[in-house]
Ligand binder design. Sequence first.
Ligand code: CP3
Length: 657
Amino acid sequence: MNQIAASQLSGLTGLKVVSFESRLAGAMADLISRQGGTPISAPAVREVPLAENPEALKFARELLAGRIDMIVLLTGVGIRALLTAIEGAYPRAEILAALSRIPTIVRGSKSQTVLRDLGVPITVAVPEPNTWREILSAIDDAAIPLQGRRVAVQEYGRSNPELVAGLAARGASVMRVSVYRWALPEDCGPLRRAIKAITEREVDLVLFTTAVQVDHLLQVAAESGLEESLRAGLQDAVVASIGPTCSRAMREHGLVVDLEPEHPKMGPLILTVARHAHVLRRIKRARVVRGTGCLPAPCEVRQAGEVREDRSAELLQESAFLKACRLEPTPYTPIWIMRQAGRYLPEYREIRGKLSFLELCHRPDLAAEVAVTAVERLGVDAAIIFGDILLVVEPMGVGLEFTKGDGPVIHDPVRSGADLKRLQPVDVQESLSFLFEAVRLARAALPPNIPLIGFAGAPFTLASYLVEGRGSRQYQHTKSLMYRDPGAWHALMERLSDVVSGYLNGQIAAGAQVAQLFDSWVGCLSPDDYREFVLPHTKRVIANLTPGVPVIHFGTDTATLLPLIREAGGNVIGLDWRVDLDEAWARLGHEVGVQGNLDPMVLLAEPDEIRRQAGRILERAAKRPGHIFNLGHGVLPQTPVDHLRALIDYVHEETAR
Ligand code: CP3
């Protein structure tokens, strides 16, 4: 019954995965296969064994002969490897004694520990961040003469051309001692074939596991004249790096890193890519079709997706969710979950670990990913774009911030007519284009039968945040402004209404099929106050929306306000758990649909109790066309994903007709 069986999309099923890993190529291929992916092994590096290291031996000869005047040591592992490479041929004690006679320039705390362990004095300990710049200026500061001197530079893995050039510029003759030499594989055939496959867009996912792979890949591509097309191909694939060092090398070469696991190991790398690859791949493909960064004109949006778009328009309109919005019979009761794109989801928490909430909202690709992932994980019948009702007040210049425990905070609240004058006018297209781009990407990445809900805060709930400066129990400042200065109140509500309808219409133009208006806090008002201070504004917002797009009008604690909310408008009215669904629906009239109304707290109970409570709601809805199952308010962050899935499966199975 689920529109998308999450299992079909899990892991790396159906994806072609290139890995450049060499030594552990087999293990990597196993990990990829175990997640259902097709591994393409393209080893990019060959490790030259230490014992075959003529450079190290030459260095030892020169050092023992007193022909090295100074040494720069770059890494702890490298120092140990250098000694291992030399040890077979020369006595260790002699080498250490010779090293102790010359100035040692040591970068990084690990190298310094190694030298101390070996009993070799450190002449200059280079401070953090120890790039080639710090190394050179530390040598300059120490006034070590370089003119005409022989300087050895111990390299490990990649070389450091800037450092070598800097030393040479100071008159030194530099001997590079690269202990581990990374060579190209003896057979570059697999690597060349992988490059070709990437350029031809046959690869979905590309995995880098060391920094040297980046150099070698680009080198081999350049030799075949394919560097530019490889770079373009990598932009369209999902690209993952094993850890920060590898990612840094990729970025230095202008490659984008889409994914990096928390721990730089192959296992976590595969788990991370398995979790995100499908959605990211679709978002990337969507970007390829639509182009990124710029806002196409509304007419272009309709033409953009070519044939697929035409058929998908039909599929969308026939979806259970849109049918229910139109009060048509559906094969089962559609369900989605308010705040489904949020903190209860491990994938969301993982992304949020790296960015603040507002940063995430401003990243269209990630916002789209969060929205689409929620649908895939839950098997719900609609997606909601990821964002927040307060994004529209950010460009007003009121100092919006999302704090850790307290939720949204507005640093310069609006408490008077004078404050109102401070509010910056909002050009919706300009200030909120990132959200429209997220809508476009999510729409293109979603399955064609899953509608996308655009949303905004209703004027009252937005005003309550603007005036209080944060969430509130009493709404003291809001009501004060309303009662003491109705002129200022209505002016504020008008400003907000205009922005909100522009914002929702922008989302509709970008690809949202439904608009939901959140009037979460309106239940604090008396019916008379609602009628006087809110109704005309909300009514105007809804009246100004693009015709033909269903509107869901949501509030909480609205038992006494329902007829007025209905009067303000909306095709579907949100109900919370404080009302019986059948009784509330009867009061609203069956010409509108209803959405709701399970208490979110029920989801913390065991699945049997969840089903029992959901069953009661379904009985009250009596399969009447126009019921969209949902919670009465947003899902709580501590809700187990399994409980949500149990609810969604139950609603689908129980209502199948
Ligand atoms: O529903 C979805 O999945 C889409 C995303 C969405 C968010 N906020 C993301 C969010 C939606 C639809 C909203 C609407 C919203 N935002 C409302 C109306 C709905 C409701 O619950 O009444 C309100 C009142 C807000 C204002 C807001 N934003 C509050 C009070 C908070 C903090 C408390 C909380 O629920 O976390 C936010 C932050 C916020 N908005 C988060 C998310 C995922 C958590 C931010 C984080 O990651 O730390």
